[in-house]
Design a binder for this molecule. Sequence first.
Ligand code: B12
Length: 272
Amino acid sequence: MTTMSGDLRERLGAKCEMMDIPLMGVAPAERWDEAPFSPWVPEDFRPRSIWPEVRSVVVIGLPVDLPIVETAPSIYYHELYKTVNTLLDQSAYRLARFLDRNGHPSIYIPRDGYGSLSVLKSDPFAFFSHRHAAYLAGLGNFGVNNMLLTPSYGPRVRFTSIFTMAELPADEIMRGDLCTRCMRCSRSCPAGAIDDADYPEGLTDKDACTSYNASLAKRHASPCGWCIRVCPIGQDRERFDRGQAGLYERDEVRPELHRAWKHVRSHGSEQS
Ligand code: B12
């Protein structure tokens, strides 16, 4: 019932494709016990501490579209964020049912796992970290902005995970560095929450980031999104024709885009 199943892995891939899930990777649960860098995910936050029966962790990723992220802070990105979050939770729940039905008990993990930004102010940790899971499942590696960067979407992708008793063939961890340390994320952060050091030495100032997002949430314009908008990594930037230097800093590079962003930002959320 829990033996290594290449056939099941293939069917899981086909199922993801059918559900329009472009990114999927698998990490064996024991991978969390060999810290790839330090400080690493504390023991209580690892899959086998949360569910001792887990053999493999399946991680899925859904993109947030760059032209929508560019309008942030706005109701548009706010709605996209909610839509992607709902889809992630529902897709993970459905994939757990698919694995169950094929004889492998499985459970989904919610894509975030916190009640409100005020809960995060006193305890900035969720019980399980999806970006570390995505890293171990070979989907990308960490950038200065503390996000997991992927070849297809840079940091413009949200993740969630499924714990399964199935022993699935694993993906290789992605070696090398996608982050070029251009420091656009740290320079553009309106909360000054990102320093120039690489992850995990340079951790986001969670309190500064959370407080800024809380002020945007009051206006129905959260989250902020600057650190993922400006990141040059990701094939989506080329696909959406957003390769121009100075695009976000200088209106004259693409005046029509600046005008569009201003228009979207000025409707549907309270103005600051
Ligand atoms: C809390 C949280 C936040 C907080 C804190 C941010 C942060 N950097 O952690 C706030 C609200 C500020 C936030 C903002 C954003 N977030 Co957020 N967030 C989360 C959440 C819910 C939990 C993260 C977590 O607790 N990880 C667990 C710990 C283990 O990880 P860690 O903090 O990196 O811990 C390290 C060190 O602290 C160290 N350590 C040393 N001592 C100790 C002690 C303890 C007790 C612990 C736990 C760790 C620790 O070890 C760890 C390993 O290096 C995740 C969803 C999830 N459940 O994974 C999303 C998540 C990380 N966020 C995400 C995103 C996209 C964002 C935003 C871009 C949203 C936006 N504004 O548009 C911003 C980006 C901010 C930034 N640049 O960091 C995505 C990341 C996707 C990606 N591509 O990587 C996630 C995975 C959500 C998702 N489902 O996709 N977020």
